[in-house]
Design a protein around this ligand. Structure first.
Ligand SMILES: Cc1ncc(COP(=O)(O)O)c(C=O)c1O
Length: 365
């Protein structure tokens, strides 16, 4: 099925010439089409043009980037945040600038591409543990760590297709006595999970320090760019050591202005996040009522794995014909064997949209 998006992406969007209810993608808080976010980008474009074209390390420090980092630090409750070109670079940013702090890397078998690339870029030994399995992590640590070697556990916080949460709380006790670290690619949890929306560490109430996250602005925050955050000393040390800070241009100015506005809205309006959680809870309950097993986490990703007797590609196509867009995914990280239907829930979905999704699905299965 070939599709082309022709309007602003929100809970409803123009696709292939017709308006559909959208349950696809990652704009969980709906901020990508928020009037204040669009206004911020437009004003910035008018004032500063499209790009600064001077690196931040040269003459190019810019009030728009500084503002974004201030808003990010406020949102994540940190002393300082650092912006870079994309969420994909986050794991590399963390791994390459802290290479003196760990000796051996342990990766979740379903980790995102960003993590594999980051780990391979370090030239350290890499071992794999079974997906979300603390027992296997413990076995791998015992089997591969030599005396005095420090482990780095590398994982997604929320897995992008399966929607599962990494059990960071169970990993932490396994590495604390080994002077280990856990680095989390929190692309799908930032803005969504935890009482403050700060991600998986907020969800598990883990202290800052041993566990460190990177987040993206391209999903719940609806804009673009990657971030790390922490104490001023930690962030400044990473910025100094990172080849990414030195070698890659930052995001375009208008995008930075949009992201600053988006972070501010997400902080000032926790009701957005609470609405998202309510919508997720309703959608998961509805799915259970029509026979699908669902966890009860607030992750806004509903995953229907391939199963015998259910043609999920046909389900996706029929839903599309009935005005509902969901995604069929086969080649990505964390996809269950055989593929899956991925349904994304937004804060901006109405109750009737969620009801209609469940009703239509129940007729198709
Ligand atoms: C887990 C994970 N990490 C990183 C990324 C990349 O983020 P970005 O597109 O903002 O570079 C994605 C998806 O795009 C993702 O799913």
């Amino acid at each position: 099925m070939k599709t082309s998006i022709q309007g602003r992406v929100g809970a409803t969007t123009l696709i292939n010439g017709k308006f559909l209810d959208v349950f696809a993608g990652t704009g969980y808080l709906g901020l990508q089409s928020h009037p204040r976010v669009i206004r911020a980008a437009a004003d910035c474009l008018e004032q500063y043009g499209v790009s600064s074209t001077i690196p931040r390390g040269g003459l190019g420090e810019h009030p728009v980037y500084a503002e974004l980092e201030t808003r990010a630090a406020e949102f994540f409750g940190a002393e300082k945040a650092s912006l870079f070109a994309s969420g994909y670079l986050g794991p590399s940013f963390l791994a390459q600038s802290t290479a003196t702090l760990y000796d051996v890397i342990f990766i979740d078998s379903d980790a995102h591409f960003s993590i594999w690339d980051a780990a391979q870029g370090t030239n350290k030994p890499i071992f794999v543990f079974h997906h979300r399995d603390p027992d296997d992590l413990e076995r791998q640590l015992a089997a591969h760590l030599k005396p005095n070697e420090r482990p780095l556990v590398f994982t997604d916080g929320v897995f992008p297709i399966s929607g599962e949460i990494a059990p960071l709380d169970a990993y932490l006790p396994l590495i604390e006595n080994l002077s280990g670290r856990i680095f989390v690619d929190d692309a799908h949890a930032g803005g969504v999970l935890g009482p403050h929306g700060r991600g998986t560490t907020d969800y598990f109430a883990l202290p800052d320090g041993v566990v460190r996250s990177c987040v993206t602005l391209s999903k719940a925050f609806g804009t673009g760019g990657g971030l790390i955050y922490g104490t001023r000393g930690w962030v400044e040390a990473l910025e100094k050591a990172s080849r990414i800070s030195a070698g890659a241009s930052s995001i375009p100015l208008a995008m930075a202005a949009a992201a600053a506005a988006s972070l501010q809205i997400a902080r000032e309006e926790p009701s957005l996040r609470e609405q998202l959680w309510r919508n997720v809870s309703k959608a998961k309950q509805g799915m259970r009522e029509i026979g699908f097993a669902m966890d009860d986490s607030p992750v806004p990703i509903l995953c229907i794995p391939a199963q015998a007797g259910l043609n999920l590609i046909a389900v996706r196509d029929r839903l599309f014909d009935r005005g509902i867009a969901v995604e069929w995914v086969q080649q990505y990280t964390s996809v269950p064997a055989g593929g899956a239907l991925r349904i994304a829930i937004f804060a901006t979905h109405s109750e009737s949209q969620i009801r209609r999704l469940i009703d239509e699905l129940s007729h198709l299965i």
